[in-house]
Design a binder for this molecule. Structure first.
Ligand code: SF4
Ligand code: SF4
Length: 308
């Protein structure tokens, strides 16, 4: 199969809303080694390499018989909102940009890539390697001091990453290298000052992930004693460092219309009602505002936000 005109393919992806890079599929060996090295170093708490295999997919997806190139892309995502109704009064809660559509939006990259490669007869499929590491090594994103991936320019950190693999021949000159941090981090401490939990430290660049509020409120485990309930300001996750970051100052963050939950719907969500027991309309609203996973986790977070 001939090498496609990758510049034209990346232009097509851009037209579909994806800022993207393409690398050789063999680069995934380096990703695996890097992740294993970080885990083995003990610098970060987290899963073992064996556990990681169950979280991210290093195995190639079905549908591409001879993986040769990997495309990693970033697309802008909106801040989403939910208006909850309690005893006739409403309270709005926000959800950071990368939650809504986390199951489905990444399919868009594989679909756009398939369409762009269709003339060459190549196929493409969604792929779930460690996306931040891939995006950073491929030169698509840079790390901030808050361990968040930034695509400088119009996206900042308000984005969703995705990857797709294809049997199309990769470019001979793919960009690959050490992950880079934002230049601005050398002279900036805005996120450090904004972080409520002390997860961003002055004495090292690596985030202290076990102190990050996002990790805490994305986890089913009870909140640790050191978490001040007043720190929570999102239905899940945390936005403080991203909102404080000057790299995001020029980003045109879209704020989605609030999904409104009436008294009965709010009560059902706060009661951690399983999705299959909710009405279809309620499920759709939860999906649109990014609250469509673990009902117990979401209910716990919302109860803290609402002081219930
Ligand atoms: S997400 Fe929140 S808790 Fe985590 S580093 Fe950023 S500001 Fe700190
Ligand atoms: S707030 Fe400053 S230090 Fe933190 S990620 Fe942004 S540029 Fe870097």
């Amino acid at each position: 199969m001939a090498t496609p005109d990758w510049n034209a393919v990346l232009d097509d992806l851009a037209a579909a809303g994806w800022t993207a890079r393409v690398v050789r599929a063999t680069r995934m060996d380096d990703i695996r080694d890097r992740v294993a090295g970080v885990l083995a170093s003990g610098e970060l708490p987290g899963p073992t390499a064996a556990e990681l295999e169950g979280v991210v997919a290093f195995a190639w997806p079905a549908g591409v018989t001879e993986p040769r190139a990997v495309v990693v892309g970033a697309t802008a995502r909106p801040l989403t909102r939910a208006t909850l109704t309690l005893d006739g009064e409403t309270r709005e809660v926000v959800v950071p940009p990368h939650y809504a559509g986390y199951r489905t939006v990444p399919d868009g990259l594989a679909a756009a890539l398939s369409a762009a490669l269709a003339p060459s007869g190549a196929s493409a499929a969604r792929f779930e390697p460690p996306l931040k590491t891939l995006a950073a090594c491929a030169g698509l994103a840079r790390y901030g001091r808050n361990n968040i991936a930034y695509v400088q320019g119009s996206l900042g950190s308000y984005l969703m990453l995705a990857a797709a693999v294809t049997d199309a021949a990769p470019p001979a000159d793919d960009v690959w290298g050490e992950p880079q941090q934002l230049d601005r981090c050398e002279r900036c401490s805005a996120c450090l000052r904004a972080c409520p939990s002390g997860a961003i430290r002055a004495d090292r660049f690596l985030l202290q992930t076990d102190r990050c509020l996002t990790g805490v409120n994305e986890d089913e485990a009870p909140f640790p004693d050191w978490v001040d309930p007043a720190w929570h300001h999102c239905a899940v996750g945390c936005l403080r460092c991203q909102q404080a970051c000057p790299e995001n100052a020029g980003v045109d963050l879209v704020v989605a219309p609030a999904e409104v939950f009436d008294d009965d719907e709010t009560a059902a969500v706060l009661a951690a009602t399983p999705a299959e027991e909710l009405g279809a309309a309620t499920r759709d609203k939860l999906c649109r505002c990014g609250l469509d996973y673990s009902p117990t986790l979401i209910a716990r977070n919302l109860r803290v936000l609402l002081g219930r």
